[in-house]
Design a protein around this ligand. Structure first.
Ligand code: XMP
Ligand code: MG
Length: 179
């Protein structure tokens, strides 16, 4: 039987266990090592949701790297609010660097579309994206994501950094909202 949890007023059921999450993160880390292990990449993690994934992913990456964080926002509660704002920026010089953007989840693609455009203007040597989750049926903005942990249905999820109005980020697995 799948595990059920309650966060505030909503009920969620287990979608991916902590073990499934960790196994997949190690695979993603190995793939990134193959691709960028010798490139001294700069991982750019999108706060807040991606902080847990990024923390595990960089330790599954075998090579020298730097890590930076940006704060963007387009979500309130369980719905996208439509506009993306940069709240806290990246101070590094990105020109000539191999940039790996780390995102928790790609929903409409708006956040990444906006952010990748912004990064491209700074002429990095390469720009790639790894997202732990992706909702293919929700995609509205064209974005190329090179590495994806899991493609999921278009339903609201929490855990592993993802939140319901701030709650649930500390869960080690992924949980999906009950219909
Ligand atoms: P877009 O629509 O820009 O959305 O691709 C990406 C951002 O929206 C948040 N998001 C979620 N957060 N459960 C969450 O806790 C979800 O199911 C979900 N879907 C999207 C997330 O912050 C992501 O960076
Ligand atoms: Mg969020």
């Amino acid at each position: 039987m799948s595990e059920k949890i309650k966060i505030r007023d909503l009920s969620f059921v287990s979608l991916f266990s902590a073990e499934q999450v960790q196994t997949r993160v190690r695979e993603l880390g190995a793939a990134l090592t193959q691709q960028h292990g010798k490139n001294n990449p700069l991982f750019v993690s999108i706060l807040s949701g991606a902080f847990v994934f990024a923390a595990d992913l960089i330790r599954a990456f075998d090579g020298n790297c730097e890590v930076g964080f940006v704060k963007l926002a387009s979500y309130s509660g369980t719905r996208s609010t439509g506009d993306v704002q940069t709240i806290m920026g990246l101070e590094k010089d990105l020109r000539g660097r191999h940039i790996i953007v780390v995102e928790d989840i790609v929903d409409t693609g708006r956040t990444l579309h906006f952010f990748l455009d912004h990064l491209r203007q700074q002429q990095p040597a390469s720009l790639s994206t790894v997202a732990f989750l992706r909702k293919p049926d929700a995609l509205e903005f064209p974005v190329l994501v090179e590495q994806v942990g899991f493609d999921i249905e278009n339903r609201f999820v929490v855990g592993y950094g993802l939140d319901y109005d701030g709650w649930g980020r500390n869960l080690s697995g992924i949980f999906v909202l009950e219909p």
